[in-house]
Design a protein around this ligand. Structure first.
Ligand code: HEM
Length: 406
């Protein structure tokens, strides 16, 4: 059956500005009317969008859906070298390589290791707030001046990447994320990936000569000890950590603070009872999380999902944003409640690809929001909420700029 021949099926243009500004009503309709929805990617290929919580769990936890493209081995041979390097990353390798890489890198991201960074993250957030307060204008762009620099400084310090290179990274990672599924940006994306890989090659070659007490040096030591990690995998891992460290936590802080400003009674409650910060962060992740959809999944065999026939080789996306607002799972899903007791959101995904950086992102979010409220309790939006512009693209959910007064 041609799915598109049915005139009653909901049509959603996921790249359309109106959708990106206000996606929740469209997602609700999809969950009700066509929870497994076939749509056309801008590049002309079909994919499925999974919008209900239960289906999302099935896709993310079922080994018949994989993150490495079918025929990846054949295609790789013809990829330009910089793309081949990047294709060896944690997100897109096959299940066996994934298990090995994940085991290696996981050690640096245990909740205990991450908790050890608390003092330094607190210092960074206080320093940023000092600089902002020192301007004397009682205004700032929350993204540009606070939410963005904080996680970048943290990941750069963890990896041992010089801080003075962070502006270059920002430009690169913006192009790469916004270029995803956007053929108009294909060439720009490709050039940027090449520049990024060239940069990493230089940095890693330099670090090999002088190992330091940082994550890149530990990964180099692992690589030099044997077969566990190839040089290409090392580049790809560092690449993914830099991109992930750039694009996500910034929007946990941004979308989270926005939710507080939209719900002044919740903000007041958090000011009066700062001990709610952890459940507040979980609710921010659920209510308007930074990762709108999962990475692509490919079906390795024909199967049925919620009444739809999925064919081997089909592409699927799970909308985490939609699943986290599913009324079949959450009570009053559109209510922002920082005291919510049961909150099994999937903002960090689920299953074997569950976010590696989740403990770090939670800690950064907790420290950043707590310090901001403590130092600037009167913070408010400087523009009407409708004037905030959301970033284009399907993957990342966050505002471009966030002007506030305090
Ligand atoms: C609030 C912030 C963050 C959110 C919402 C988030 C979300 C996610 C999600 C949903 C996935 C799984 C995608 C899928 O299954 O297709 C993921 C994977 C991943 N994340 Fe995060 N992330 C965040 C922060 C971070 C940070 C700070 C880092 C590292 C510095 C990081 C590193 C990774 C890596 C390496 C993976 C791939 C894991 C794998 O494939 O095994 N993330 N993240």
């Amino acid at each position: 059956m041609n799915e598109n021949a049915n005139p009653t099926r909901p049509e959603v243009d996921f790249m359309d500005k109106a959708f990106i500004q206000q996606p929740f009503a469209a997602y609700e309709r999809l969950r009700e009317e066509e929870p497994v929805h076939r749509f056309l990617l801008p590049g002309g290929q079909f994919a499925w969008l999974v919008s209900r919580y239960e289906d999302a769990l099935k896709v993310l936890q079922d080994s018949r859906f994989v993150t490495n493209p079918p025929n990846a081995g054949n295609e790789e041979a013809s990829l330009p070298s910089h793309q081949e390097v990047i294709s060896r990353n944690l997100i897109s390798v096959g299940p066996e390589d994934h298990r090995r890489l994940r085991r290696l890198i996981q050690k640096a991201f245990t909740p205990r290791m991450i908790e050890g960074l608390r003092g330094r993250i607190e210092e960074i957030s206080e320093e940023l707030l000092d600089t902002i307060a020192g301007k004397g204008t009682r205004k700032m762009d929350l993204i540009e001046e606070y939410a963005f620099p904080l996680p970048i400084i943290v990941i750069c310090e963890m990896l041992g990447v010089p801080l003075e290179d962070q502006d270059r990274f920002r430009g690169w990672s913006d192009v790469i994320m916004e270029g995803f599924n956007n053929p108009e940006l294909d060439q720009a994306s490709d050039e940027v990936m090449k520049a990024f890989v060239d940069y990493l090659q230089e940095l890693i070659a330099e670090r090999r000569k002088h190992l330091q007490n940082d994550l890149i040096s530990s990964l180099i030591s692992v690589e030099e000890e044997g077969e566990a990690l190839t040089e290409q995998e090392l580049y790809a891992l560092v690449f993914v950590l830099i991109i992930a460290g750039h694009e996500t936590t910034v929007n946990l802080i941004g979308n989270g603070v926005l939710a507080l400003l939209e719900h002044p009674e919740q903000k007041q409650m958090l000011l009066a009872q700062p001990e709610f910060i952890q459940s507040a962060i979980e609710e921010m992740l659920r209510f308007n999380g930074p990762a709108e959809v999962s990475n692509i999944r490919w079906a390795t065999e024909d199967l049925e999902l919620d009444g739809k026939q999925i064919r081997q080789g089909d592409m699927l996306f799970v909308s985490l944003l939609s699943a986290n607002r599913d009324s079949l799972k959450f009570q009053e899903p559109d209510t922002f409640d920082i005291t919510r007791k049961v909150n099994d959101h999937i903002a960090f995904g689920k299953g074997v690809h569950y976010c590696l950086g989740a403990p770090l992102a939670r800690l950064e979010g907790e420290i950043a929001v707590s310090a901001l409220l403590r130092r600037m309790p009167d913070i408010r939006l400087e523009v009407e909420e409708e004037q905030l512009e959301w970033r284009p693209g399907m993957i990342i959910r966050g505002v471009k700029a966030f002007p506030v007064t305090f």
